[in-house]
Design a protein around this ligand. Structure first.
Ligand SMILES: [Cu+2]
Length: 319
């Protein structure tokens, strides 16, 4: 089947907001644990009262009256304590929100455009364009500019930051800073059509040196094909509809309906974290992407086996 022989990509922990690996996510997890802690205390107190009531049973007419008057009980337990709890949560939430909105010094700007059903990723200061896999340096504040090319999407990588919508015509900025290197999985969190569930995203946080190497390698066009097969593959790509929808830097392919494929060979996954990027999966994807990701906005391209092999070899050489 399609997934056979896939290498497994190690994700850092589980994609949960309770497993934070970034400054913003830690702050949010802190608010969550505080709310959870307070809820646990309230639950235990209420459960204690219920147990006590059950064990004591119904009081007789002559029973001793409670030491606390009913009026005081309602004032304290029903009004003062809940108001205090809500006040604490309100203050903590507002503080955390202001902190998350505060601009950092010298952030790295990354533009992330939500499209059905993948993410375009651009680094304006570096001149790099890629898709679905966002490389960032650890410890560097990142300003993610969120936009949409069609409907409302929502960008959420729970281990690094909160959730923020990609809204057509509105530029939102999500700030994040990874504190540990790793590959973090995210997901479109706003229903956006048939393939919404297969609109994943990866943030690859790496050491500043590794990131700098990645960035400089991706600033210029990939070197022209150096073998017979890859050269034939490039010819197949340029003479098929591929080039009308995809861009490959340094060639005449400059389509924009699909992801930029300049570095497709170095991606870990295909189809926005749908299948691992292996030779078999690439062949299956090109032959009929509808089988891999039904409803996807890329048509099937049946090719003779030798052309398909050459095309895949060419795509794999783009790094
Ligand atoms: Cu979406």
């Amino acid at each position: 089947m399609i997934l056979a022989g896939s290498p497994s990509v190690l994700l850092a922990g589980s994609p949960s907001m309770l497993d934070p690996h970034g400054t913003e996510a830690s702050r949010l997890a802190g608010v969550w644990w505080l709310a959870f802690g307070m809820a646990v205390v309230v639950y235990m107190v209420v459960a204690g009262f219920i147990l006590r009531g059950v064990l004591r049973g119904r009081r007789s007419e002559q029973g001793r009256s409670s030491r606390i008057s009913e009026g005081a009980f309602i004032w304290i337990g029903g009004i003062i304590v809940p108001s205090l709890i809500l006040l604490v949560l309100a203050v903590v939430t507002v503080q955390a929100t202001t902190h998350l909105r505060r601009a950092d010094k010298n952030p790295l700007s990354v533009e992330v455009v939500g499209k059905r059903w993948w993410w375009e990723v651009r680094y304006p200061s570096l001149g790099v364009t890629t898709a679905n896999e966002i490389h960032i340096p650890v410890g560097q504040p990142i300003d993610l500019g969120l936009d949409s090319a069609d409907v409302i999407h929502s960008f959420w990588v729970p281990q690094l930051a909160g959730k923020l919508d990609n809204i057509p015509g509105q530029h939102n900025v999500l700030r994040m800073k990874a504190t540990t290197a790793g590959v973090y999985r995210g997901q479109c969190a706003e229903f956006c059509g048939v393939q919404h569930a297969k609109m994943g995203v990866l943030v690859i946080a790496e050491s500043p040196a590794t990131f700098a190497r990645w960035a400089s390698q991706h600033q210029h066009a990939p070197s022209p094909p150096d073998g017979d097969e890859t050269a034939r593959g490039q010819l197949v790509f340029m003479s098929s509809p591929c080039a009308g929808c995809h861009t490959i830097k340094g060639t005449q392919a400059d389509g924009t309906r699909g992801p930029d494929l300049t570095d497709v060979g170095s991606r870990l996954w295909l189809g926005a974290v749908t299948v691992h990027n292996t030779r078999n999966n690439l062949e299956a994807w090109i032959t009929d992407p509808q089988l891999v990701k039904p409803g996807v906005l890329m048509p099937p391209t049946p090719l003779p086996p030798d052309q398909l092999r050459a095309l895949v070899a060419y795509l794999e050489s783009l790094r």
